[in-house]
Ligand binder design. Structure first.
Ligand code: HEM
Length: 433
């Protein structure tokens, strides 16, 4: 049974081809080599559902690199301990779990409805910047409630710092080299933290901790007591950007598919017509009833996983899909190809939201879905992301028909460096009424 040799190498699939078109090489690797293949010595790609899930679940053998986007700022009492990290994670999850998100559905619906209301109709618009602004407002409000307006401008600059950092560059400098991009990142992180610190102190000293995610992080746990202020301040820059960065990438793909599939958009609009006229009155029951809209969101995330490649390291020599993988190697987990495996999803390249519904029109789980990862490092924000994206899709389709600008070339580019995103996406909205 066991394949004790190394995974196959893709002919003409080295880094030069990879840098030119990563998606094409990833697909060729999956087609020609199967489960696991070798991009170059010591760099492997898990291409199908089984090895992808195995790598993500076996976090002891395949640890995630400690590469926080916003590393802890230097402080007198050192970096957060593993206990503080576990405590901070548990505290955040109290605010991010499905029940907590459900209780704030009306607020999320109100935020995303503003995007659909403000879309200028009858002209081609570059749509990602306003999507990102809207989702930043919704996400930052979700974390910080009435303190959101103070923090929003700093959050936007954190996003810019991230953009500068992830831009592909020829040289990867060692972590300790203070490149201009890293210095810019640190300045923005310090500015955000300086704006957040007085809010944390005020909430603690007034005893009004708040019911938002920050409030949950300030509540002492029975096991660990209160989380130190610096541990709260260190985790929140990354979480703040996470609330709107990947969701905006996803929203770009969703709006593009609504434009390309008018029949699906009509069906979303029909479902959305049952939502209350006042978005603030939207409840989790309304949200849960949007089965087709949720299926559209999942289908878009299947076809265009915004985090299409997840990196893991190999701690010790191990077996993966029957192959031997040496300690010190890197494994790239590829939800993009795992989702395009016909054994998981028949006619995998077809946009077919119905595959996420059973015969009665209720939600179904037809095959692999790794857009939010899985295992110990799976996405913390699934419930928030699904609520934001489902309501944004419903509110937009309810108000507008979308179309792509005419022309032989698509009105956008695909970037695949850090995530799978549309760049410069232009769309036109015409009012349905
Ligand atoms: C469509 C939207 C989103 C997608 C597709 C997405 C996807 C992912 C994926 C694939 C991972 C796993 C990364 C890995 O295993 O290396 C992840 C982790 C994470 N996500 Fe999301 N995410 C989304 C939205 C959000 C939101 C709204 C939040 C809000 C808090 C969030 C917070 C996080 C955090 C904190 C982690 C790190 C978990 C860990 O390392 O233990 N995400 N996300």
């Amino acid at each position: 049974m066991g394949r004790t040799h190394e995974p196959p190498r893709l002919p003409e699939g080295g880094f030069a081809a990879w840098s030119r078109d990563r998606l094409a090489v990833a697909r060729r690797g999956a087609d020609e080599c199967g489960d696991v293949w070798q991009l170059e010595p010591g760099v492997y790609v898990a291409a199908t559902a089984e090895p992808c899930e195995a790598v993500l679940r076996r976090a002891q053998d395949f640890p995630k690199a400690p590469s926080p986007l916003f590393p802890p700022l230097k402080r007198s009492n050192g970096a957060p301990t593993p206990e503080e990290r576990a405590h901070a994670h548990a505290a955040r999850m109290r605010g991010l779990r499905a029940q907590a998100v459900a209780a704030r559905t009306g607020e999320i619906a109100t935020g995303v409805a503003r995007f659909a209301d403000c879309w200028p109709t009858g002209q081609d618009v570059e749509i990602l910047p306003p999507v990102r602004r809207t989702l930043a407002e919704v996400g930052v409000r979700y974390l910080f409630s009435e303190d959101a307006p103070t923090l929003l401008p700093f959050a936007s600059r954190l996003f810019l710092a991230r953009e500068v950092l992830v831009r592909p560059s020829r040289w990867v400098w060692p972590r300790w080299v203070p490149t201009p991009a890293r210095r810019f990142r640190t300045r923005q992180q310090v500015a955000f933290t300086d704006a957040l610190r007085p809010i944390v102190r005020r909430r603690r000293s007034s005893g009004r901790l708040g019911d938002d995610v920050l409030g949950q992080m300030l509540r002492p746990s029975s096991r660990h007591g209160p989380l130190p202020d610096e541990a709260v301040l260190d985790t929140l820059p990354g979480i703040t950007v996470a609330t709107f960065e990947t969701p905006s990438r996803a929203a770009g793909w969703i709006l593009l598919q609504l434009a390309r599939h008018p029949r699906a958009a009509d069906r979303v609009a029909a479902e959305a017509a049952l939502l209350p006229a006042d978005p603030a009155a939207t409840t989790s029951t309304h949200l849960d009833s949007l089965h087709y809209t949720q299926a559209v969101v999942r289908e878009v995330l299947r076809l265009h996983p915004p985090s299409w490649l997840l990196t893991r390291h190999v701690r010790r020599r191990t077996q993966l899909a029957g192959y031997t993988i040496d300690a010190g190697s890197t494994v790239l987990v590829c939800p993009y190809t795992a989702h395009r495996d016909a054994r998981e999803h028949p006619e995998p390249d077809r946009f077919q939201p119905e595959r996420w519904l059973d015969d009665t029109g209720s939600p179904a789980e037809p095959g692999a879905f790794l857009s939010f990862g899985t295992g110990p490092h799976g996405c913390e924000g699934v419930a928030l992301a699904m609520a934001m994206l489902t309501l944004l899709t419903a509110q937009t389709a309810r108000r507008h028909h979308l179309s792509e600008p005419p022309g032989p070339e698509p009105g956008y580019q695909v970037t695949t460096f850090e995530g799978l995103a549309t760049v410069g996406l232009r769309l036109r909205a015409t009012s349905r009424s």
